[in-house]
Design a binder for this molecule. Structure first.
Ligand code: CA
Ligand code: CA
Ligand code: CA
Length: 363
């Protein structure tokens, strides 16, 4: 908490005007200090209009950050890009289009969005009948993507046409969940004008219940009422081997007892292993390590799939045997994990059940 104390003292001194350097535009009240605060968390909230680690930079916060159409050149002062005006640069200029003839919205410089019933670049014309629905160039679109593909990766382009003119023939695209499969639309985004589908975020394959995402894509025209068409997107997600086998239930060095006179095929222990990948990447082969002693191999075997270790002969060789278990997945770039256990073969007069019980419940 030393850093926290220093940070707070710096804040307090700044309020008393005892610090030299840039003027700090911090608020009049001290910020709340939390027990787990770090220096960053102690950074004072800046007065409106200021930003930066010590609030030394001016901003155009109350000007909506210049609406993305200008530069903040002084405190709460925007210099607008060409075609934009007003204090916050949020007003587009459509004087070249007769200000949309007062029958539409100027949504960008020299770009009108006409109200229902009006059409044309300056919205001066009446909107005719919407005669035709959009038509996709395919009813199904397919693509494949790795679960490691990054945000912004382009997946495919959809395309539709509309035989009408003006607003009635102007198409925009939308993604629509396929029934209850809303998860697909959370990973994808479509450019409403170009129809390009891109990744909104990487797809975690092990969070999906199926390896193919299904989603509808709509093409919607600007008619009143509008007409639309639908096509189906099939996004096949390829699993990447990003998980290694993991051992469960057993600690490294755990000891397992079996009596030397046990029958052949007596279970000594079952090694539980999981792998969160899919297909071959999630398939697991369990084996003894290559270095396993011959006496272990002569007395025991491990089932590659179930992980069950059982006796091969009777009687068994008495002794304490360290055994390294290897779990390897089936990927082309396989991942392996190892676990050390000890198998102890007991003389005939000692019951392994009693030893296991005493280890689990020490008195
Ligand atoms: Ca149309
Ligand atoms: Ca794996
Ligand atoms: Ca995976």
């Amino acid at each position: 908490m030393q850093i926290a104390r220093v940070a707070y003292e710096a804040y307090a001194y700044s309020k008393m005007g005892l610090l030299f350097g840039p003027v700090l535009h911090v608020p009049s009240e001290a910020p709340d200090l939390q027990a787990t605060d770090t220096f960053c968390a102690h950074r004072p909230r800046c007065d409106v209009g200021y930003t930066g680690p010590t609030c030394e930079h001016f901003s155009c916060e109350t000007r909506n950050w210049c609406s993305g159409h200008g530069q903040c050149t002084a405190l709460e002062q925007c210099t607008c890009d060409d075609g934009w005006s007003s204090e916050n640069c949020g007003t587009a200029n459509c004087t070249g289009l007769n200000d949309c003839s007062n029958q539409g919205e100027c949504v960008a410089p020299d770009s009108c969005y006409c109200y229902d019933g009006f059409d044309g670049s300056d919205c001066s014309q009446p909107q005719g009948d919407d005669l035709n629905a959009p038509v996709f160039n395919a009813s199904h679109y397919y693509c494949t993507v790795s679960e490691k593909a990054k945000t912004g990766t382009s997946l495919l382009d959809v395309y539709a046409t509309d035989a009408d003119q003006g607003k009635n023939g102007a198409i925009h695209y939308e993604l629509v969940p396929y029934g209850a499969e809303i998860v697909a639309t959370s990973y994808l985004v479509i450019d409403s004008v170009s129809g390009r589908v891109t990744l909104l975020s990487p797809i975690s394959r092990n969070l999906l219940t199926t390896h193919t995402l299904l989603v509808w894509v709509k093409a919607v025209d600007g008619g009143v009422p509008l007409k639309e068409a639908q096509a189906q997107l099939h996004i096949r997600v390829i699993d990447v081997n990003d998980h290694c086998p993991e051992f469960h239930s057993l600690d490294s060095g755990s000891m397992h007892f079996v009596n030397m006179s046990s029958e052949i095929n007596t279970t000594v222990v079952v090694i539980e292993v999981t792998d969160d990948d899919f297909g071959d990447n999630g398939e697991i082969i369990i084996s003894f390590a290559a270095s396993t002693a011959g006496v272990v191999r002569n007395n025991f075997e491990v089932d590659a799939t179930s992980g069950r270790i059982s006796s091969l002969v009777s009687p068994l060789t008495v002794g304490s045997f360290p055994v390294v278990i290897v779990a390897t997945d089936g990927a082309s770039n396989p991942c392996s994990k190892q676990l050390l256990i000890t198998i102890q073969v007991l003389p005939p007069d000692v019951e392994p059940q009693n030893l296991n019980r005493s280890r689990r419940q020490p008195q």
